[in-house]
Ligand binder design. Structure first.
Ligand code: ADP
Ligand code: MG
Length: 336
């Protein structure tokens, strides 16, 4: 057996599996790109839970016509400031999303920089199939069709359109909560599913995306400990749910699903809630970049804190103090 390099197409497909394992993952990448582009409005259109089609249109900075082809190549990014990973302030920087999606679907990018002409390019499962002028408003519109249609091994892992749709909506909710200044709309199979206007503040946005009644049934958080900040809203214990699906956690503006944070929330409420009940919370944790690594996983939903104990203490202490102040005293145990 001699050693050979994998063909590029195959390398891209393998890499794609890390980035896009389902429509919601592709959608997340596209919406993050729109956010990074400075969009004030992001319009999302889905068909069949995103399996048939995902479309994300933004009014951001656009991609110069001459760079659209490059944007679809692996490891090509405009977001790495002079090679310094630590200085990255955007959601993306790996330059993997568009090429990954383009290798497992039909991807069309139309984009126009203000004051210039628009341009479009289509890549079908790794093969460029056409490009030309595009008449669109300034900004970018990316369309993904037939995800995994030509990759049966991955397609069979997709769930029903209904559950893929639920995952898509969940991702949009989290990103929209992180960026209340941006307006978002979602249309699914021709129906308006979500709409929040640009220019909201954080409590407004959280209430709009969870439950309007949360506004009267929550406390605001505003705590700092050793440079780590905790903000957001915490639902009163009386405003609990039977499922833990309304817990939104953000670290430095990114939605995360992190065991440490979920555990801290559970710990904070444990004496105030029955075992099978869950609070509604939206927690925003902000800390210096050198205190956290948000790149543990390519999908970037896991984080690693330099001082996990500090973060846990801040969350448990901050939540308890805020709820105590609102009159929801936790049962004090003798050992505490
Ligand atoms: P990354 O976001 O990590 O840079 P992507 O593959 O997601 O990698 O995108 C590659 C490049 O394409 C980006 O760096 C950016 O320059 C450009 N791009 C992608 N989407 C948009 C968009 N919606 N608006 C403007 N530029 C975009
Ligand atoms: Mg990106």
């Amino acid at each position: 057996m001699s050693i050979r390099r994998l063909p590029d197409g195959l390398v891209n497909r393998i890499a794609a599996g890390e980035v896009v394992e389902r429509p919601a993952a592709a959608l997340k990448e596209l919406v993050e790109n729109a956010i990074d582009a400075g969009a004030t409005r992001i319009a999302i259109t889905l068909a069949a839970g995103g399996i048939d089609r995902i479309e994300v249109a933004d009014d951001g900075c656009g991609i110069p016509a001459g760079e659209i082809a490059l944007a679809c190549e692996r490891h090509a990014t405009s977001k790495l400031p002079d090679e310094a990973i630590d200085a990255v302030t955007t959601l993306g920087f790996r330059g993997e999303a568009l090429p990954s999606i383009a290798s497992v679907a039909r991807l069309t990018i139309e984009s126009r920089v203000r004051g210039a002409d628009g341009w479009a390019r289509t890549v079908d499962n790794g093969v460029a199939v056409g490009e030309g002028p595009a008449a669109i408003p300034p900004g970018t519109r990316v369309r993904v069709e037939g995800l995994f249609e030509k990759v049966p091994a991955r397609r069979k892992f997709l769930r029903s359109a209904r559950s893929e749709y639920a995952a898509c909506l969940d991702i949009v909710r989290r990103l929209a909560m992180a960026r209340p200044e941006i307006g978002f709309t979602v249309e699914h199979d021709g129906r308006r599913a979500l709409s929040v206007p640009p220019g909201e503040d954080r409590p407004q946005r959280v209430a709009a995306l969870t439950d309007r009644a949360l506004a009267e049934n929550s406390v605001a958080l505003d705590h700092v400990r050793e440079g780590v900040m905790l903000g957001g809203v915490a639902g009163l214990p009386t405003f609990n749910r039977g499922v833990a699906d309304h817990q939104y956690l953000f670290v430095n503006g990114r939605p995360v699903r992190d065991r440490l944070l979920v555990g801290a929330v559970r710990g904070a409420y444990q004496d105030m809630l029955a075992r099978d009940r869950h609070p509604v919370v939206a927690l925003f944790i902000d800390l210096p970049g050198d205190q956290v690594d948000v790149n543990v996983h390519p999908a970037k939903t896991e984080v690693r804190f330099r001082d996990p104990g500090l973060v846990r203490g801040l969350i448990v202490g901050g939540l308890r103090a805020a709820l105590d102040a609102a009159g929801h005293r936790s049962v004090q145990r003798p050992s505490e």
